[in-house]
Ligand binder design. Sequence first.
Ligand code: A3P
Length: 264
Amino acid sequence: MFNFNNFFKKIFSADKVYLPHKYRSDDVWLASFPKSGNTWVSFILGNALIDYFEKEIEMNFDNLQKIIPDIYVSQDIPEKLGFGNTPRIIKTHELYRSEYKKSIYIIRDPKDTMISYYYYLKEGHNQKVGAFSDFIRSDRGINSWCKHAKSWINKYDVIISYENLKQDPRAEIKKILNFLSLDIPDERLNEAIKKSSFDNMRQIEKNSSLKWKKEHKMDKNFYFIRKGEVRQWQAGFSKEDLFFYERQIAAGGLEYFAKKYNYL
Ligand code: A3P
């Protein structure tokens, strides 16, 4: 059984290679730094695929692994997931690897990502993460985000951002559907987006069995669908934290990238 506590300690280490036992070069990797909106994108894609291929399965947390599998939950992934010729879409948090032949990279303002990650570890996993200022300076903090982004830049086929997804979800998801050659009519895509709204996903989380939370070693009282807002960092970053953030982005050579997405 996969140990999530070890995973969070050694995140992105080269100790273990996370690939399906039956690797396929046409697999599409849904890659992101933790807490960038991967589950949200998975729900929209899952709802769209279920509708398009007229599948009798509900998009919820218990079924997530059957629809958009998470490589950390199991490396034993069926060769076909039952959505016609659509390749398997597999979630990963790993740094870029050459085996990832096709990929979608999800980004979110690293400052909000840090806030989300902090509460996820502190309240979702009851980890001793210390003060927020210390957390962003730790090995799971901003440097870790920079390392992840640097490894993925220019390697992905499609990039989508959490903020754009908030603003214009249809346009953002269409980038993925075009890449997958899936011609889903707007009204059906709108429906998939509606089913995957923050409020609906929170309700689905409330109705889920605790199996999914147990599998992810998550506190049963923690809401994974937590806040879902942009600019949460404004209440969490001190002036010194912001200064530290800007310095790390510059040191990582990521100023151009961060400015392009309004993260600076
Ligand atoms: P917050 O902790 O800021 O609320 P990931 O799935 O990559 O771990 O990302 C989790 C983050 O995405 C959490 O952010 C979660 O609330 C947010 N999220 C999940 N579903 C969402 C939705 N439908 N709309 C907006 N945000 C969503």
